[in-house]
Design a protein around this ligand. Structure first.
Ligand SMILES: [Zn+2]
Ligand SMILES: [Zn+2]
Length: 367
C-alpha cells in the first residue's frame, strides 16, 4: 500500500492529525511551556482578578481585568501553536546527490566524481558561499542550516527552541517573535494587576505593604514569578528586536559575530521589519500528506552528461533517481568522448564499446 510522505519521513519530527501538524522531536516540552503560562494565569484569575472586579463598579469595568487576562492568554497560546505545529521551512531532502553538480575531472587517469563541498551564489550582488548538506543531499540555500535535533535543513534557520519544541525558521519566525513579545506583555500585565491588588488592599484594611502582602500571598508569588520571567522573555524580545532590525538570525549572530563578516541581508531597519512582519509567509515545500509514488523509487533517469549551471537559490529537487552512479559512469565516459577535439574521428566502435561495457545486455546495434 502506498505510504504517505510523513510516514516515510527521515527527519526526527513528530506528526499529528495525519501529517497536518508537524512538531520537533522534543514537542513534549510544550506541556511544560503551556503550564508555565496557564497555571499562573489561573492563579491570577482566582486570587487576584476576582477581587479587582469589585474595585471598578462603574459599567462592570472590573470584569475587563479578567476578560483581558483570559483573552490574552488564549492569544499567546495560539501563537505558541502556530510556532510549534507548522513546517518551519524544511527543505525537502534529495534521495540522490544533485547530478548536475558532479564535475568531471579529465586530467586524472582514474576519473572520479568530484563533489564540491561549497558553491558560490549571489545575494544582493555579493558572493555568498553555500555548503553542501550530506544528510539532505543538497546545497543549502543561503541562510539555511541543518538542525541536528530535528535532522532537517531549515530555511532562514534561527535556532531550535526547546521551549516550543520546534525549529525557528523562515515560516514560523514571525509567530515565534509575536509569541515571545506577547508573553512579555502578559507578564507585565499580571505583574501590574497583582501590584494594583496589593495597593487596593493597603487602601482598604491593611495599612502597611507587609500586612497587605501577607493577606494575599498569591499576588506576591505572581509578582515574583512575573519579575523573574520578565528577565527571560523580555530579554529575548529585546534581543530579537535587535536581530530583526539588523536582519540577522540567532545562528548568524552567534556564529559570525567573531568573524566580523559583512551582513549581506541588512536592507535598513524599516525594510528589515517589513521583511519579517509584512511579507507573505512562503508556502511549505513539503506536502506531508501526499502519497509517495512507487515509480519515484524505481524509475531510472536518462543518461545525462549535461553540465548545467547550478540553479542559484533552489537546490535541485527533482524525482529521486535510481542507479544514478552507474548512469553517471556512462555519462562520464561519453562526456570524455564528446569532449575530444577529434570527435569526428571517434567511430561508432568506441561509442559502442563504452555502452556495452557499462550496460550489461545492451544491444550495441541500437547505438
Ligand atoms: Zn540538511
Ligand atoms: Zn530543530
Amino acid at each position: 500500500m502506498a505510504k504517505r510522505v510523513y510516514e516515510l519521513w527521515k527527519g526526527n519530527n513528530i506528526f499529528l492529525c495525519g501529517g497536518r501538524l508537524i512538531f520537533g522531536p522534543d514537542a513534549k516540552s510544550l506541556f511544560v511551556t503551556v503550564s508555565l503560562i496557564v497555571v499562573p494565569v489561573i492563579i491570577f484569575c482566582i486570587f487576584v482578578a476576582r477581587h479587582l472586579i469589585h474595585h471598578f463598579p462603574s459599567y462592570n469595568a472590573g470584569y475587563a481585568v479578567l476578560v483581558v487576562a483570559i483573552a490574552f492568554t488564549i492569544y499567546v497560546l495560539i501563537l505558541l501553536f502556530l510556532t510549534s505545529a507548522r513546517d518551519p521551512g524544511i527543505v525537502p531532502r534529495n534521495s540522490h546527490p544533485p547530478e548536475e553538480e558532479f564535475s568531471y575531472d579529465n586530467s586524472s587517469h582514474t576519473p572520479g566524481l568530484q563533489f564540491p563541498r561549497t558553491k558560490e551564489v549571489t545575494v544582493n550582488g555579493m558572493q555568498v558561499k553555500v555548503k553542501y548538506c550530506d544528510t539532505c543531499m543538497l546545497y543549502r540555500p543561503p541562510r539555511c542550516s541543518h538542525c541536528s535535533i530535528c535532522n532537517n535543513c531549515v530555511e532562514r534557520f534561527d535556532h531550535h527552541c526547546p521551549w516550543v519544541g520546534q525549529c525557528i525558521g523562515q515560516r514560523n519566525y514571525r509567530f515565534f517573535f509575536m509569541f515571545v513579545s506577547s508573553s512579555t506583555l502578559l507578564c507585565i500585565y499580571v505583574f501590574a494587576m497583582s501590584a494594583l491588588h496589593i495597593k487596593f488592599l493597603m487602601d482598604d484594611d491593611y495599612p502597611t505593604v507587609w500586612k497587605a502582602m501577607k493577606h494575599s500571598p498569591a499576588a506576591v508569588a505572581l509578582m515574583i514569578y512575573c519579575f523573574v520571567s520578565l528577565w527571560f522573555v523580555g530579554g529575548l524580545t529585546g534581543f530579537h528586536l535587535y536581530l530583526i532590525s539588523t536582519n540577522q538570525t540567532t545562528y548568524e549572530n552567534f556564529r559570525y559575530r567573531s568573524d566580523s563578516r559583512p551582513n549581506y541581508y541588512n536592507q535598513g531597519c524599516i525594510n528589515n521589519f517589513v521583511e519579517v512582519f509584512c511579507t507573505e509567509v512562503k508556502p511549505s515545500r513539503n506536502n506531508f500528506k501526499a502519497f509517495v509514488k512507487e515509480e519515484q523509487q524505481t524509475r531510472a533517469p536518462p543518461v545525462s552528461f549535461r553540465q548545467a549551471p547550478a540553479e542559484e537559490d533552489e537546490p535541485p529537487c527533482g524525482p529521486p533517481r535510481a542507479k544514478v552512479e552507474d548512469d553517471l559512469e556512462i555519462g562520464d565516459d561519453l562526456l570524455k568522448i564528446s569532449r575530444r577535439r577529434d570527435f569526428e574521428e571517434v567511430g561508432d566502435e568506441e561509442l559502442r564499446s563504452v555502452i556495452s561495457e557499462n550496460v550489461p545486455g545492451s544491444n550495441s546495434d541500437r547505438v
